[in-house]
Design a protein around this ligand. Structure first.
Ligand code: G16
Length: 547
């Protein structure tokens, strides 16, 4: 293959000029902002994906165009490394440099720096697969991406409209084909077949849970969940897909979806369930899921990512014990948003080691890899479970000494296939929760009794520049603006079971304030007092956050 054609890049890049006065940042999940500002960024991400593939000896790199839970007018782009992980952190700074190069000449200079820094063989082949969600801005951004890929001479593979986790899955499958880590058939149908077969095995001999109502956020999850259920016998799972309008503009994530339900702690628009019924909400690219139900007294009860993680963790621990595989260690990874009660339950009742890391899959995933079985879930519903190669081999080769042990081993084998280990996946997680309900023969209400959440509140504050907020201690402590943490601590001290932290979002132009306390009233008071501090100290714009 020929070397990189820098002249071609200069000519092509001129078709995708960088807007003046915009500084792009690589955040929690790649680049994300209003879609009409992203053309040049997506073009350059195409070049970056090609370079990354060259660096990794031609392994396939994934590119996903989505803004997930954000507004429909936003979009975003993120890279997926060969085994489904997020782009290696050592490349994030260069991604930002590429995005911010103002002229074509500067762009070429940055590419040359990356080639030198990572000792990239320019003549190496490069392969990239890409997908997008249902946002109307997607097709134009795909064209920009393809231009970037052509500029760098990459082999391209358009995977079409897909969920983010489907792209992670297929990227991993393509790179593991024919190896001992072979992850599955690298097609969308292969994904459905793998999950559906695993679900059937996981619930073998158990009766079907009651029907599940799903709010699909009017996004890609709606079509993909319907396709998945076509592969699963109605006798073992009944799913009713709602909020499935992907055609009408403005409906994506609007008053619905996992983020809306988690933040507002209420039913989404378009879904009415009665006492005793349960439902779940996906987000705009189907990588998050939260569950909920209506209690006998008519109140809304949220079963969020912490609850799902705790349920899955305790179920796996029980299976490991029942299988006689006590040598396998299980750990849970959370972020600062994890409800204090969930951490207490896992550490003190379940006796599981719990780690806390900063927000973002890249941190959670790597921490979870430290355990034989690592369960990671963010409170917002993003999570999965990782089985190390050692645990995988042991579970695959173990033979139970009793029928009970054999049954537990077989269920663990099924779960390893059912869980999308490449990234948090709402469809796979949905099947996981349903499989646990079927195995336990519990209602969601019964699962919810494991522990009681401390009242909590999440508030967004709009400020002039969110980048002045710097954190440490897994985002639980503010370092800058200087002195603000002391003021937050003084407020927190006034409340029983009080806890609060402040961090800049990596996906939205806001600062997030989280608080919990013994009662909802106190918690709201604390959350809004801290939000007010942030607003005053950092030049808040728009309305001052208030109850
Ligand atoms: C992304 C990340 C999540 C993170 C979320 C919010 O989710 O994958 O790990 O929790 O953003 O991040 P922040 O608080 O920094 O805005 P998604 O579903 O939007 O891709």
């Amino acid at each position: 293959m020929a070397s990189i054609n820098y002249d071609k890049i200069k000519t092509d890049a001129a078709q995708h000029p960088k807007p003046q006065d915009i500084k792009y940042t690589h955040g929690t999940a790649g680049f994300r902002m209003k879609a009409d500002l992203l053309d040049s960024v997506v073009y350059r991400v195409g070049i970056l994906a090609g370079l990354r593939s060259k660096k990794l000896d031609g392994k396939v790199i994934g590119v996903m165009i989505t803004a997930s839970h954000n507004r429909e007018i936003d979009n975003g782009v993120k890279l997926v490394d060969p085994y489904g992980e997020m782009l290696h952190q050592s490349w994030e700074g260069y991604a930002a440099q590429l995005a911010n190069a103002q002229t074509e000449d500067e762009l070429v200079e940055v590419i040359k720096i990356i080639v030198k820094e990572f000792d990239i063989d320019e003549t190496m082949t490069s392969k990239v697969i890409y997908a997008r969600d249902t946002r109307p801005s997607g097709p134009a951004l795909v064209m920009a991406l393809e231009d970037g890929l052509r500029s760098i001479g990459a082999e391209i593979n358009d995977f079409g409209i897909k969920t983010t986790p489907q792209l992670h899955y297929v990227t991993c499958c393509l790179n593991t084909q024919g190896t001992e880590k072979s992850y599955g058939e690298p097609t969308e149908a292969g994904y459905y077949k793998k999950l559906a077969n695993a679900y059937r095995r996981a619930v073998e001999g158990k009766s079907r849970p009651s029907p599940l109502y799903v709010d699909s956020a009017n996004g890609v999850g709606a079509i993909k969940l319907k396709e998945l259920t076509n592969y699963i016998d109605k006798d073992i799972l009944e799913v009713i897909v709602l909020n499935d309008d992907i055609k009408t503009q403005g409906k994506l994530n609007h008053l619905c979806g996992a983020d809306y339900v988690k933040t507002n702690q209420r039913l989404p628009l378009g879904l009415n369930i009665k006492a005793g019924e349960r439902a779940a909400s996906l987000d705009g690219d189907a990588d998050r899921i939260v569950y909920y139900f209506i209690d006998d007294d008519g109140t809304f009860k949220l079963f969020d990512g912490d609850k799902i993680g705790s349920l899955a963790g305790s179920f796996i621990i029980d299976l490991v014990k029942a299988a006689g595989l006590e040598g396998i260690n299980v750990g849970v990874v959370q972020t600062a948003y994890a409800n204090g009660s969930s951490t207490h339950y896992l550490e003190k009742v379940m006796k599981v080691p719990v780690s806390c890391v900063p927000t973002g899959v890249k941190y959670l995933h790597h921490e979870a890899e430290k355990f034989d079985i690592g369960v990671y879930f963010e409170a917002n519903g993003h999570g999965t479970i990782l089985f190390s190669l050692t645990a995988t081999k042991l579970i695959r080769s173990s033979k139970g000494e009793t029928p009970e042990q054999e049954d537990a081993i077989e269920r663990l084998r099924a779960l390893m296939e059912l869980i999308n280990q490449t990234v948090g996946d709402a469809l796979s997680d949905l099947l996981l929760v349903e499989a646990i309900l079927a195995n336990r023969q519990w209602t969601l209400k019964r699962c919810n009794e494991a522990y009681k959440d401390l009242p909590n509140r999440l508030v967004k504050v709009i400020v002039t520049d969110r980048h002045i907020f710097k954190t440490t201690n897994a985002e639980r402590t503010l370092v800058e603006p200087a002195g603000l943490q002391g003021k937050i601590d003084a407020l927190v001290k006034k409340y029983k079971d009080g806890r609060s932290f402040v961090r800049p979002s990596g996906t939205e132009d806001v600062v997030r304030v989280y608080a919990e306390a013994a009662t909802q009233k106190e918690c709201d008071e604390l959350a809004y007092s801290v939000a007010g501090l942030v607003y005053d100290e950092a030049g808040g714009t728009g309305g001052r956050p208030d109850e």
